[in-house]
Design a protein around this ligand. Structure first.
Ligand SMILES: Nc1ncnc2c1ncn2[C@@H]1O[C@H](COP(=O)(O)OP(=O)(O)OP(=O)(O)O)[C@@H](O)[C@H]1O
Length: 264
């Protein structure tokens, strides 16, 4: 497959993500083969690829969360960074507010006030003293988003954060995430298997194949469900599915999605 090796301009705006020649391998097997990527502050990049193509490896490398990978290359990212995974990873023995403020620097009172504000922002006001085990899947992911955003991250890394949620909750979470990103403006890298999720949320979609980006699709216009009605939506979708080797628009996120409203 022909790979586009000139995916980014020479410089990223100050404060954003800048990767140059990023390589990672496990036991001599190359997973990332010289990745070049810029994400400006406020930019939202979605990353698609087959299972095992290296999406999480790339996300971990960007977040300096490598576990035993051999690697090299330049990784410049804004600090601090925060990660939200598919499972919320809340500590079950700590109340929701304590989970959100855990490890926050500064006086406890100020941290708690910030934590409460973050929980209110994600729609969990009143649930501060709840135990994580009493939250629904969507609520737990809201708490995980609050825990990430309370740190005012310059970089938000999202590893299939909505993959385990039902379709309606996912749509609500999309609206919430768009809203939070517009307000806080971190650089965002979203790993997802869902082509539509990528097309509705991101300003740029990349497909990772054989350690490189095999497709780089810039998207214009406001993110959100209205994009479905844009003239190029179907064409973008087809390009992404073709790059993923999915024949004829089949697979997850295929056209027959329910016409749900996107309001939170
Ligand atoms: N700690 C590790 N040790 C050895 N191999 C690893 C390790 N982490 C990942 N790999 C290998 O690297 C390759 C890429 O894995 P990665 O988890 O990045 O893929 P992915 O695209 O995120 O997959 P998925 O979509 O299934 O989550 C896989 O072949 C995987 O087995």
């Amino acid at each position: 497959m022909a790979h586009d090796t000139r995916l980014t301009g020479p410089t990223a705006p100050a404060g954003g993500v800048r990767l140059r020649g990023l390589r990672r391998s496990y036991g001599g097997r190359t997973v990332l083969d010289g990745i070049e990527l810029d994400i400006p502050q406020g930019g939202f990049t979605a990353l698609l690829g087959h299972s095992g193509s290296g999406k999480s490896t790339l996300l971990r490398a960007v977040g300096h969360l490598d576990d035993g990978a051999d690697g090299d290359g330049l990784v410049e990212v804004p600090e601090p960074s925060a990660v939200v995974f598919q499972d919320a990873r809340l500590l079950p023995w700590a109340r929701v507010l304590d989970n959100v403020v855990l490890g926050l620097p500064g006086p406890r009172d100020a941290a708690l006030a910030r934590g409460r504000a973050a929980l209110a922002e994600v729609g969990l006001a009143g649930r501060e003293r709840a135990w994580p085990g009493t939250l629904s899947g969507g609520e737990a992911q809201r708490a995980a988003l609050a825990r990430a955003l309370v740190r005012e991250p310059g970089l938000l890394l999202l590893d299939e954060p909505f993959g385990a949620l039902d379709a309606l909750t996912r749509i609500r979470m999309h609206a919430l995430l768009r809203d939070l990103c517009a307000r806080h403006r971190p650089a965002v890298l979203l790993v997802t298997h869902d082509v539509d999720e990528a097309l509705l949320l991101a300003d740029r979609v990349l497909v990772l194949t054989d350690g490189r980006f095999s497709l780089d699709l810039p998207l214009t216009g406001p993110a959100g469900p209205d994009r479905r009605g844009a003239p190029d939506f179907a064409a973008h979708r087809e390009r992404l599915l073709a790059a993923l080797g999915v024949p004829d628009g089949g697979g997850r996120g295929a056209p027959a999605e329910p016409p749900l409203s996107d309001s939170p």
